[in-house]
Write a new protein. Structure first.
Length: 258
């Protein structure tokens, strides 16, 4: 996916776009209408951001403002403003003359994203375990982690990918909060849409969710034991493997689409 500061030229091994239709483009996925409020631009922005994150609007999808406005039940003006915000976020990009499309997922940016996640998740796990050892980790913070692991372990092959992503996000959000350092969550927050659509694009094709949630459970067990070194190592190894799997799976999907 393009990102501010990255090259605007991508090689075929870097990006993947949605298949292009031979004839007329198919209609965009309908989105539920929004009520008119003073914060309409923010509402449109949030709705479109979420649709991109869960792949309702997939990578490479051509943005048709009039169609989006009709789908959301708003005028084109708030849609136009929201799209500029999404372009700033790197979630949409220029396409053709004065056109926009959903940004492709860039394999190199995916690697960079998981490098940062590895550092932050490892730190969060270490800090959470230290708080546990010191007796300052609230019981409800530990329960949030345990509940997320239980929800993840309860998933089956038939669990919708959108729900898998929500539970993954719930676990990592709980981990960041348990650290007691709000800057971790604040640093990750702008990247969640990018992380979520990478998850959504790969989770359904990765038959290893049981392994993933076993690793999550090990992180929580180390935190519960107050083992800072063990928690940090478990989080680092898990996120490094997760990032490698995500990037590899995405490149496989890219090769299959070409």
């Amino acid at each position: 996916m393009p990102h501010p500061g990255s090259s605007s030229v991508s090689s075929p091994t870097d990006t993947i776009d949605a298949p292009t239709a031979a004839a007329m483009p198919s209609p965009m996925a309908p989105l539920a209408p929004l009520a008119s409020t003073p914060v309409l631009i923010d509402q449109v922005y949030s709705r479109l951001r979420d649709a991109i994150a869960d792949l309702t609007l997939p990578p490479g999808e051509r943005i048709r403002q009039a169609e989006l406005a009709d789908s959301l039940g708003v005028s084109r003006q708030p849609v136009s403003h929201a799209l500029q915000l999404l372009k700033r976020d790197g979630l949409v990009c220029d396409s053709g003359r004065q056109g926009l499309e959903v940004a492709p997922i860039d394999a190199d940016h995916l690697r960079q994203l998981y490098q940062v996640r590895t550092a932050l998740d490892s730190l969060a796990a270490r800090l959470a375990a230290m708080r546990r050892a010191e007796g300052t980790l609230p019981d409800d913070a530990l329960r949030r982690l345990q509940d997320a692991v239980a929800a993840g372990m309860a998933m089956t092959k038939g669990t919708p990918v959108a729900r898998q992503v929500r539970i993954e996000v719930a676990f990592h959000t709980a981990l960041h909060d348990a650290s007691g350092n709000p800057l971790i969550a604040q640093t990750v927050a702008p990247q969640w849409p990018h992380i979520m659509r990478a998850m959504a694009a790969t989770l359904g094709a990765m038959p290893m969710q049981e392994v993933v949630w076993h690793e999550h459970g090990e992180i929580v067990a180390r935190i519960a034991a107050g083992d800072a070194n063990g928690a940090e190592t478990a989080a680092r190894e898990h996120t490094e493997a997760d990032g490698g799997n995500a990037r590899r799976e995405w490149l496989i999907r890219l090769a299959q689409s070409n």
